[in-house]
Design a binder for this molecule. Structure first.
Ligand code: CMC
Length: 428
């Protein structure tokens, strides 16, 4: 039997259908509400609003569970690898051997950029943040790949998806090399996805560079853990931009712009900068005090999450990787790490953080690993952007293929002036 809810407004009783999802709480369908009752709903920040139907990722914030197409993130992090996860997110199932080989072949054959894009980089100031460069260059891909702009052609959508997953690491690495005045490295197709990215970032023409397999594995894991995260701010931005029919490169550029903010993907950079600013363990209480002070805008970066109210399952896996990488590099005792460990211990015991369910999130540990690998903080969010591209593209493709899809157009609670007459300048 279909479930429904009754909403009473004055004399009127409105029947609202209730949908039962595969997992998670029931969803009240209010699509006919305005037509039938002449009212809107009000939900800033979409804390109680589902904006789409999706089959890609599921989060249970109370249990601290994250599933990609039904598979728990812990199992994928342990047994899978980034490109397999990309296939899973894009096509819905794990690939068999032939499908995996074909997919990896297609990705590796698209890693190079149109040569003219190299000149485009030179238009940026050397001290540009790599995220600024990425927003520009990814948006500019619409000007270079005209044969994958028609969103109504499934083949062109597919080519755009492959191009973006393949080229984002190249673009991020070039943004980095440009910012430090080193020559660009072309992609090396004999390396795997994560190893190739490390090579493009750290190799220089004067020396040979061998990718360390432990670091490549850690990078692959960072990418897997960030690959998708349901209807978060940047994914919703991609969907909203795409709902108007904008081309896929423009939509992903919009997603990158949204990710940049410190409340979202920019938190990994902000978190490491905060740890450095704290500097020594004895200064932690001062920062904890500031984080609790309602009149101080300061927040402990890397703590808290809109959906996870138990723990962030990605943080658990990331913490293991951090121990592995720091052990390998022999820097378990660097001051930043000591501050991080002590901050984590205190925050997990402190009443304020415990009662508000503020746990360390994925960005708390990813920054520590990336720092140990030798990345500057400005590259942390670009690495998040590379990893999330597959999630954005999968969600964008799902939206385009959804027959109920409409242009996104939220309503508002208007609190401005009522209608009034224009007053000539001399009478104001
Ligand atoms: N430090 C101190 N207090 C906090 C923090 C924090 N990091 N996060 C939330 N609070 C407090 C907040 O002040 C509020 O208190 P009160 O109820 O007394 O007004 C309460 O906890 C609830 O916070 P909220 O801002 O209403 O929660 P939200 O769901 O809107 O925000 C968040 C979620 C992630 C934006 C927020 O926790 C935050 O700003 N964290 C720091 C930034 C960060 O690490 N972001 C990365 C998120 S994970 C990566 C990703 O997926 O993007």
């Amino acid at each position: 039997m279909t479930k429904s809810a009754k909403l009473t407004i004055g004399e009127k009783v409105i029947d609202l259908p209730i949908h039962s999802p595969t997992l998670g709480p029931d969803v009240l369908d209010i699509r006919k509400l305005y037509a039938e009752a002449d009212v809107f709903t009000y939900d800033p920040g979409f804390t109680s609003t589902a904006a789409c139907e999706s089959t890609i990722t599921y989060i249970d914030g109370d249990k601290g569970e994250l599933l990609y197409r039904g598979y728990p993130i812990e199992q994928l992090a342990e047994r899978s690898h980034y490109l397999e996860v990309c296939y899973l997110l894009l096509y819905g199932e794990l690939p068999n051997a032939a499908q995996a080989a074909d997919f990896e072949y297609r990705i590796t054959r698209h890693t190079m950029l149109h040569e003219q894009i190299h000149y485009f980089f030179r238009g940026f100031r050397r001290d540009s943040h790599p995220m600024a460069t990425m927003v520009g260059v990814v948006g500019a891909m619409s000007a270079f790949y005209h044969d994958s702009l028609d969103i109504n052609d499934p083949w062109q959508r597919e080519v755009a998806a492959i191009r973006m997953i393949a080229k984002l690491p190249t673009i991020a690495a070039m943004a980095y090399k440009y910012s430090i005045g080193q020559p660009f490295n072309y992609p090396q197709n004999h390396l795997d996805y994560a190893g190739n990215f490390l090579h493009m970032c750290f190799a220089v023409p004067a020396e040979s560079y061998t990718v360390n397999p432990v670091l490549a594995k850690a990078m692959d894991r960072i990418m897997m853990l960030h690959a998708d995260h349901e209807q978060n701010a940047s994914t919703s931005t991609v969907r909203l931009a795409g709902s108007s029919g904008a081309n896929p490169f423009a939509c992903i550029a919009a997603g990158i712009a949204c990710l940049w903010g410190p409340a979202h993907g920019g938190a990994n950079q902000a978190c490491l900068e905060m740890l450095r600013e704290i500097g020594t363990v004895d200064r932690i209480p001062e920062y904890i005090k500031r984080a609790k002070d309602k009149d101080d805008p300061f927040r402990l970066m890397g703590f808290g999450h809109r959906v996870y109210k138990n723990f962030d399952p990605r943080a658990k896996v990331m913490k293991e990787s951090a121990d592995e990488v720091l052990g390998l590099l022999g820097i378990e005792n660097n001051p930043t790490l000591q501050v991080a460990k002590e901050l984590e211990r205190i925050a997990l015991e402190d009443d304020y953080f415990v009662s508000k369910k503020l746990y360390p999130n994925v960005d708390f540990y990813s920054g520590i690993i990336l720092d140990a690998m030798g990345f500057p903080t400005s590259m942390f969010t670009p690495i998040f952007a590379i990893s999330r591209t597959v999630g954005w593209i999968s969600q964008w493709k799902e939206m385009i293929g959804d027959p109920t899809q409409k242009i996104g157009r939220p309503r508002q609670l208007y609190k401005g002036e009522k209608t009034r007459d224009y007053v000539d300048l001399r009478h104001r």
